[in-house]
Design a protein around this ligand. Structure first.
Ligand code: RFL
Length: 391
């Protein structure tokens, strides 16, 4: 097989890159390890930055997010028994949208089908060779056979546990990694959200979050042990912790309902640089992971492929190579700011086991500064609704 761009992974970054390239008349083949049903059903991110929604519209996949997505204009930080909302629309004139990741993936899959170009599911990539030459080759398994895909460029959009990052020689890669001493218990409940704004409970017993998934479904999170099993949390324990960490006098309490899903997510900040080696370009979780506090994982993955799509377009349509050369630098500049925001917020709102009381008190002062001062609210709003993408 032969194509211009071989894309490994049919998650949001791989499928969005395929769509951008298709609109520019650039051929690609997407190779995905899992089945289409599995990829479509994965429940993950739920908050889209304004720039992500604008990007979906720009590349012809924004119709449903515009009609079904729920516009968010504020976050309510609750601490010390009080509510401290930040209205980011008022602070910086921008919004976020609640539109689950599986809907984004569904829209991108439909666009790929319309394009008539291939996605091969159940086609795990086993190795990549020739990255330093002109014709890299991707080796993958499909229907019991070993297949070779020759291409001009390889896009490693295969997530944190994919094969692309490990194709870069270890001595060419600098890795930054921080694992947090807590996780999130994610809960999906058939309950009308108590309020429409995203609500964060920064409580001395641990963080909690409540957000709307639909008018009748609430997404909730509780800080928990990083290696805990969800079964350690009975429904009664979940609701009692949610009430304790989120309810404040004068505002509607968390609405209870049937819990349909619960799972524990570990928290990590990870970044490997550079994001390119020879003819391989990493994008999304393949290059970086952020703790979910800032809701940046999916948004950052799409920001990367916007730059990569532009770089490949400049190369194929205009014969200009500078964008490809600068891909990693452009992405990393933004990504370090995203890492700073996500790690800073994660540190501000969680309880670290055994933390010095002085540091705990400083955390509250940080929360007070962020929610009650003009520069604090503006900085949060600009970062949460999304920094600009230089493409
Ligand atoms: P993905 O989505 O992991 O897709 C990678 C794809 O590559 C495939 N793959 C391979 N294919 C072929 N051959 C191989 N050898 C392969 N190895 C892997 C995989 O099967 C997969 O289909 O990466 P991508 O595209 O970079 O997208 C990143 C986002 O999915 C991720 O950042 C977010 O989901 C992170 N995230 C959140 N981000 C947000 O912006 N807001 C959130 O609220 C949020 N919540 C979450 C999250 C991630 C979670 N995870 C991963 C557990 C909540 C959870 C629970």
């Amino acid at each position: 097989m032969r194509t211009q761009v071989g894309i490994i992974g049919a998650g949001p970054s791989g499928l969005m890159l395929a769509q951008i390239l298709h609109l520019q008349g650039i051929e690609s083949v997407v190779l995905e390890r899992s089945s289409q049903e599995h990829v479509r059903a994965r429940l993950r991110a739920g908050v889209l930055e304004q720039g992500t929604v604008e990007m979906m519209r720009e590349f012809g996949v924004g119709e449903r997010v515009s009609t079904v997505g729920l516009k968010q204009r504020a976050i309510d930080f609750r601490f010390h028994g009080e509510s401290h909302p930040i209205d980011f629309e008022r602070e910086c004139g921008r919004n976020t949208w609640v539109y689950p990741q599986h809907e984004v993936v569904t829209d991108l899959m439909a666009a790929r089908e319309r394009s008539g170009q291939p996605v091969l599911y159940e086609a795990p990539v086993t190795r990549i060779e020739g990255l330093e030459g002109k014709r890299p080759v991707i080796h993958f398994e499909h229907r019991g056979e070993s297949v070779r895909l020759e291409c001009d460029y390889v896009a490693g959009c295969d997530g944190f546990r994919g094969v692309s990052r490990s194709a870069i020689p270890a001595d060419k890669l600098k890795v930054y990694d921080r694992i947090y001493p807590f996780g999130w218990l994610g809960i999906l409940a058939e309950a009308k959200p108590a309020i429409e704004d995203i609500t964060w409970g920064c409580h001395e017993d641990g963080f909690a979050m409540m957000s709307i998934r639909s008018p009748s479904v609430t997404r909730l999170y509780l800080q928990c042990e990083p290696d805990e099993t969800p079964d350690a949390w009975s429904d009664d324990r979940i609701w009692s912790e949610l009430h304790k960490r989120l309810d404040v006098p004068g505002l509607p309490p968390v609405n209870e309902g049937r819990i349909t899903q619960k799972g524990v997510t570990a928290m990590r900040s990870f970044l490997s640089e550079p994001m390119q080696h020879g003819r391989l370009f990493l994008a999304g979780d393949a290059a970086h992971i952020v703790p979910p506090t800032g809701a940046k994982g999916l948004n950052s993955a799409l920001a990367d492929v916007k730059v990569l799509g532009r770089a490949l377009t400049e190369h194929y349509r205009h014969g200009k190579g500078e964008w490809l050369e600068r891909y990693s630098d452009i992405c990393l500049k933004r990504m370090w700011l995203v890492q700073r925001f996500s790690a800073g917020l994660c540190t501000m709102v969680h309880q670290f086991p055994g933390e010095n009381p002085f540091v705990r008190r400083l955390q509250r002062a940080d929360l007070e500064y962020m929610t009650t001062t003009v520069p604090g609210r503006l900085e949060f709003s600009e970062n949460f609704t999304g920094l600009p993408v230089a493409a």
